[in-house]
Structure formats: C-alpha cells, structure tokens
Ligand binder design. Structure first.
Ligand code: GLC
Length: 586
C-alpha cells in the first residue's frame, strides 16, 4: 500500500537549519527544492533527540539534570540540527525506576523544576523550531500514586482496587501468586500486600518493579483519566507523546498462566487485541489538536510514538495502522549486529512492514535502556539483547566508535524518522565500571546483581573540561553528578568537540544539516546498489547514494559521484573498512 509522501519538496520556510557544519569533507552548495503545499507531515521524517533529563544538564547545581539545564542549552540543540526533543518522564515520581513510576501525571517532579518551567520550555523550544514530545507511562503508575494509595487504604474488594489488578493468591492460604507471570525486571510479577489489620492480603500485578503497579485498562476510569492527561499536555502545546510499553496495556481476559514454552507471539500480557481500541480513541484526540495550536503550540499534527517490543513485524505493524500510533521505535534495527547482510535484511523488512500500513520507518541505535552502541559495536558480538546485555564483555571502543560514526550516517541517510540519544553525538561509550553501591537502576537489585542494569548509558553528559562535573552542573554546585563520569570524558565534552572538524559532534551536525536539506523530503523509498561484498549501499530519489563498508578491506566508490560527507577519511579514493560515505550525482 504505497502511502509515502509526495516528491522531493519542502514547504517554504522549512530549510531553516544552520549551515555552519564543520566537517572537512563537506563542500556544500545550496539546493533549491520546489515548494509544495502537500509536503509530508513533520513526523514522517523528523530527527528526534532523546533527552534523559536527569543526565542532560544540571541548571540548579544539585547534581541532577533539570529543565533549567535544558533551557540553557536549547541553542546547542538547535545548532545540532534536530527537529524535535523527546523527554523521558518528567512527572512527579519517587524515582523507583528513573521516573517511569509516575505519582502525578499533571505536574513536574521538583527534582526537574516546575510546571511553569515546562510550559516555558515548550514555548522556547518552539521558538527555535524544535518540537516537544513527552513520555507517557500508561501501563503502570507509581505505588505512591493517589489511586494506589487509596486502593491499599480501602481494603479487600473495594472499588478503589479495581483500577489495578488485585487478585487473591493461589494455594491453601493464598500464599502463591495468582498466576505464573514474571516481571520484565526479574522475579514474580506479583506482590502480596498486608492488609490494614496486619493479615496477608491480595496480590497486585506489576510487570516491572513492585513500585510500578499495572493499571487495569478494562476500567473506564483508567481510560478516561489518560484521555484527560493527553488533553492536559496537548493544551500545553506538546507536539506528541512517546508511549511507554505501548504493547502492554491490555491483558488477556482472566489473566491466564503463561505456562512452559509459551508461544511468544501470544503472551497474555502483551499485544492483546484490546490495546488497539485504546490507540484508536487516542488518535481521535490528537487529531483534534492538529490544526488548532494552543498558546505556545506549533502548527502541525500531534503524534504518538510507540515503544513496541514485539517478536514479529506483523504484530508491530498493527500499531501503526492509519488510525492508531503514528510511528514506533525500530528495535529490530537497534538489535541488529554490525553485519552487511543482516542490516540489509532488517532495512528491507522494516520498509516492507511499514509500507503495509503506510507508516514511516524509524531508525535508532541507542536509548536509555540499551547499551551505548560505541561499546556494542566494539564487541565480538555486536548485536543487542535486552535479556543479556553482556555488560563487561570486552569492547574495542576505538573500533566501536569508528563503526558508530558510520552507523550514524547510515541512519541519517535512510528514509523516515531518526532518533539520536543524548551523547550519541559525542561518541560516548557505555560506562561499565560504576561502583556497585552507586548503581540506581532497579534491574540490578531485582536480578540480584546478574544484570548490572542501565545506568551505564545514563551517566551525566560532559559539557566541558571543568573537573568536578565536566560542566554538567554550574560552578559552585552543591553536589557532584548523580552518577560518576569517566575522567577521560573531558576529551569527549561538547567544548572539546565544538571546534574540531573531525569530531563526532561535527559529523552529526553536518549529517543532520545535509539530511534536512537533501533527504528529508524525498519519497520513503530506496534502491539497493551493489557496491561489493560486505557493503550496504543504496540510492535515494535525487541522485544521492549512501555506501557503508562493513568488510575488512577497502572498497571502490561508485564512479562519477561527488563526496558530500564521510564518517572517516577515504584512502586513495577508496572507502575504508567500517566507514560510510554520502555521495551525490551532479
Ligand atoms: C520502558 C522504559 C524503561 C522503563 C520501563 C518501565 O521500557 O523505556 O526505561 O523501565 O518501560 O516503565
């Protein structure tokens, strides 16, 4: 079902990106693209920068990132050349899971700032042509959410408990969990409560930590509440929502056991049909805001981006039907090894599955749950597996960084949307030596230390060589960064890379700028080119070609094309191993 955007055209005023990229390989001439009233919607091709607030920049000096820190650095984000910012949860939270345990969906956690500051930030981002996407966490709330507190206080069989999954235990005295489901964080997905009179009571479901009770999406109040929360943030001008655990909200009626050797395409706690009704209702709400921007809002559609981890492309694609979510993260690509045939297969599969439903593909290399891809690509096994992150297995980060540079240009050249996780643009590696007693991610404790968790990709960003926090916090800060930064990160800081034309930062700026000018408006298609064994090479609609060499030997470049940008130096006109080049016919 071809549903791609029309031809290579940009609406007037869209070519707004700064042109001061620094890469030595760029010899750019301005392009004039025909204006079209039917240009594709912004979200079909947006470059979206993920801000893990706690680790981006600290404005008030308490060692934690906050909204004030982001507001000071909006010029940095604008100059980077991204189109939108996605904020990990900023709501009031006890932070049992980095803010994915929300106690108040309509206010900002004091650690990050105030609601007024968030409103101001949205306005300021829009003034710099940056859209704002907020994280919505509908699968579960915090155990400190008023609803859950009320549920505990109300006692057995109370209506207050029906907004969650409270069930009696199995066994003679209810001492066994109601079913055999396991939490994604390890251990049983059920916790038994103690009633007010001190007796052991019912069990409640939590697919993540016990501090994150699952909401019961069969309950009309849950549905109504989230529709109201959507409107609350839409009224404040946000451009979209990233939906946490989008595949998990609905549960199979009766909550049956999973059993041994289950069919992973038919688990009772994910991808249940009822979830799609929820998104159809939400889509109507978002569509209602598309053409009526609120004060501080930007024109254009309001979007949903799903965090959808599912085993088959068919299951995945159902979330992207035209009346459901707009787009979703491409985790198959993120998990794929650094291997030409594997990557080509994933790209082909991605384009095919998205074409089925007319959705734009997306490309993502890292996020706050995974291993930074510099480290992953430097390992013997370069794939990613959420169940076995292989933390601590040897990594050649020089090699990994070289590949990460090539992968960055590959993702920026592909049709559709692209995500940049904060620090990707600095070439940061995973921090694997965080002392045990400083680890905060609940997966560490829940797995009894088997999984060291996700803190290693959440270490506060280095902004300068300032010794205490590498510029993460202001001078005179009252506390150091909430996770320790590696000493050698001063050489990776924004200040260190800013004036270096060969830096990762320069590469990202150049790539994003060229993408904005030449690629964003092209049809969402590509044509494979044979550039030799071990390569991934394709052509886009305007004479643009991207060639990545994943083989061990240099390869010849296609003849008659001019180099626009390369992830590393070419050698005697050849494309070296683990390098990507962008070429143009002209
Ligand atoms: C998502 C988030 C992750 C969080 C989990 C539970 O997977 O990305 O960080 O721990 O949901 O909310």
């Amino acid at each position: 079902m071809p549903c791609g955007p029309p031809g290579p055209s940009a609406p007037p005023g869209e070519h707004r990106r700064s042109r001061h990229y620094l890469s030595t390989t760029v010899k750019e001439t301005p392009v004039t693209l025909p204006a079209s009233p039917t240009a594709p919607a912004w979200w079909r091709h947006a470059a979206i920068y993920q801000i893990y607030l706690r680790s981006f920049a600290d404005g008030n000096g308490d060692g934690m990132g906050d909204l004030a820190g982001v507001r000071e650095r909006i010029p940095y984000l604008r100059d980077l050349g991204v189109d939108a910012l996605w904020f990990n949860p900023w709501y009031v939270s006890p932070m049992a899971d980095g803010g994915y345990d929300v106690a108040d969906y309509r206010d900002i956690d004091p650690m990050f700032g105030t609601l007024a500051e968030a409103e101001q930030l949205i306005v300021e981002a829009h003034e710099q042509d940056l859209r704002v996407i907020v994280d919505l966490v509908p699968n579960h709330a915090s155990d400190q959410h008023p609803w859950f507190r009320a549920a505990l206080a109300a006692g057995p069989d109370a209506a207050e408990r029906e907004r969650f999954w409270f069930l009696p235990g199995r066994g003679a005295d209810g001492e066994l969990p109601p079913n055999d489901w396991q939490s994604y964080f390890g251990g049983a997905a059920w916790t038994r409560i103690t009633e007010a009179d001190g007796t052991p009571g019912a069990w409640y479901l939590h697919m993540f930590a016990p501090e994150q009770p699952d909401l019961n999406w069969e309950h009309p109040q849950v549905r109504a509440e989230f529709e109201s929360i959507l409107r609350f943030w839409l009224e404040r001008g946000v451009d979209g929502f990233r939906i946490d655990v989008a595949h998990g909200l609905a549960k199979k009626p009766g909550l049956p056991d999973v059993g041994r050797d289950p069919d992973v395409t038919d688990l009772p706690y994910q991808d249940c049909d009822a979830v799609h009704e929820i998104y159809r209702d939400w889509r109507k709400i978002a569509d209602g805001y598309a053409r009526s921007p609120r004060p501080g809002g930007a024109p254009g559609e309001r979007v949903f981006v799903g965090e959808v981890w599912l085993p088959t492309p068919e299951q995945f694609a159902r979330y992207l039907r035209p009346d459901e979510l707009h787009s979703a993260f491409n985790f198959e690509f993120l998990c794929c090894a650094w291997d030409a045939a594997g990557l080509r297969d994933v790209i082909d599969g991605t384009l095919a599955s998205h074409r089925l439903v007319g959705a734009p593909p997306t490309w993502v290399l890292s996020n706050h749950d995974t291993i930074r891809h510099v480290t992953r690509y430097g390992r013997e096994d370069t794939s990613f597996d959420m169940g076995d992150k292989r933390l601590g297995s040897p990594s050649d980060t020089v090699l990994g960084r070289r590949r990460a540079r090539a992968a960055a240009l590959l993702t920026l050249a592909l049709p559709g949307g692209v995500y940049v996780y904060q620090g990707d643009e600095l070439g940061l590696a995973e921090v694997e030596d965080i002392p045990d007693h400083l680890i905060q991610d609940p997966t560490y404790a829940r797995s009894e230390g088997r999984d060291r968790g996700r803190d290693g990709c959440r270490v506060p960003l280095p902004w300068s060589a300032e010794p205490r926090s590498l510029g993460f916090s202001p001078d005179g800060a009252s506390a150091g960064p909430w996770l320790p930064q590696p000493a050698d990160w001063s050489g990776r800081s924004v200040a260190a890379q800013q004036g270096d034309p060969h830096s990762e930062l320069a590469l990202y700026r150049a790539g994003l700028a060229l993408r904005g000018e030449r690629l964003q408006w092209l049809p969402e298609t590509l044509e494979w080119v044979d550039a030799g064994p071990g390569t991934v090479a394709f052509r886009r609609d305007n004479g643009f070609q991207c060639v990545v060499n994943l083989s061990a030997e240099p390869v010849a470049l296609p003849a008659g094309l001019r180099v626009l940008l390369a992830s590393g130096p070419l050698e005697d006109g050849l494309l070296p191993s683990d390098t990507c080049v962008w070429l143009i016919a002209e």
